[in-house]
Write a protein that binds this ligand. Structure first.
Ligand code: AFP
Length: 323
């Protein structure tokens, strides 16, 4: 089985980018270890703080954020980072050619129940003409990403990575301490009978999503003519991993539950990197009205509706938004 560096070299990825990715993965290996120690390492439970999103921070959120921040800024090739757990961007080397955005621990409410969580990251080019503390550096569409990935802390620790040459899956081999290639080309099946959505929000959705899900629930007896099954992990990283492995549709649509927060998922830390991975695996990712990776951000902490996964199913869902 192959290691990461030769695979990335074969794809023609720049040496500085390879080194940056390996640094991020070194931090993720450390996070994986802390996660695996659970209660023994005293890392479970919440801190007294809230992040910029107004969400309670878990101890592991803070630990993962600090670990990633420190090692990424030390590389010298990063001009600035933007994290879901930081109020503002953090400046790095003014001459750095890359920007890194990350959600240090997606699904952190799963930590206390020993369920799936992960780290999601995205790498963008840095504009040399801008200062390192200028947040507008990050206001680039997802199509500008040079790499994106996640590390899933599950029964085995897995990495999904794209640099625009398809999406590859790697598994952490604890015997040698590195990630080994275990799936050379993730390929999301075009058709599916599996959906993932938080059904408890049903009454708060807009009409297109109400209609679409109602038709899925009717199964064989409705217009879709086939039965659908549902899965929900409550960590996007886990739900997207399932989609990459065997297909499906994952959606976190706009809702009116909290009028201050019509969308839940963060464009830069969750939606864009996952969209890049999904598209590179042959899937589709949309808000229902627009390709996610074409959104020009106006704020680093911006949120967005997300519908992604198997091509035919996502396109069917988009069709309901046109009606
Ligand atoms: P946390 O990282 O704050 O736990 O949020 C995870 C997440 O943003 C996303 O990964 C899930 O799909 C979604 O929240 C689940 O949220 P609900 O359980 O509120 O629907």
């Amino acid at each position: 089985m192959r290691r990461i560096s030769p695979v990335l070299q074969q794809d023609g990825v720049e040496p500085d980018l390879i080194a940056l990715l390996k640094t991020i993965l070194a931090a993720c290996r450390e996070i994986a270890f802390r996660v695996s120690q659970g209660e023994l390492a005293g890392v479970l439970g919440s801190t007294l703080g809230e992040n910029i999103q107004g969400e309670t921070q878990k101890k592991l959120d803070v630990i993962a954020n600090e670990l990633l921040k420190e090692v990424i800024l030390e590389t010298g090739v990063v001009k600035a980072i933007s994290s879901e757990e930081e109020d503002t961007i953090v400046a790095g080397n003014p001459k750095g050619k890359y920007l890194v955005t990350f959600d240090p621990l997606d699904g952190s409410s799963n930590t206390d129940i020993n369920s799936l969580i992960g780290t999601i990251f995205s790498i963008l080019p840095a504009d040399p003409a801008k200062e390192a503390d200028d947040a507008s550096l990050f206001l680039q569409p997802g199509t500008a990403q040079v790499a994106a990935g996640y590390v899933l802390y599950g029964p085995s620790t897995m990495l999904a990575l794209t640099t625009g040459h398809g999406t590859r899956l790697y598994t952490l081999d604890n015997t040698y301490g590195g990630f080994l290639l275990t799936e050379d080309q993730a390929a999301i099946p075009k058709y599916t009978t599996e959906f993932a959505i938080n059904m408890s929000n049903q009454r708060f959705w807009q009409e297109p999503m109400q209609h679409y899900i109602a038709d899925l629930l009717l199964g064989k007896t409705g217009t879709r003519g086939k039965n659908f099954n549902m899965r929900w992990i409550a960590a996007m990283v886990g739900d997207v991993h399932r989609v990459l492995c065997r297909g499906g549709i994952f959606a976190y649509p706009t809702d009116t539950k909290d009028p201050q927060k019509p969308d839940k998922l963060r464009l830069m830390y969750e939606a864009n990197p996952m969209s890049f991975l999904v598209e590179q695996a042959g899937g589709v990712s949309s808000t229902g009205y627009q390709r996610i990776m074409e959104i020009i951000p106006i704020d680093i902490h911006q949120r967005v509706a997300v519908i992604l996964g198997s091509k035919h199913e996502v396109e069917t869902c988009i069709g309901y938004h046109k009606a």
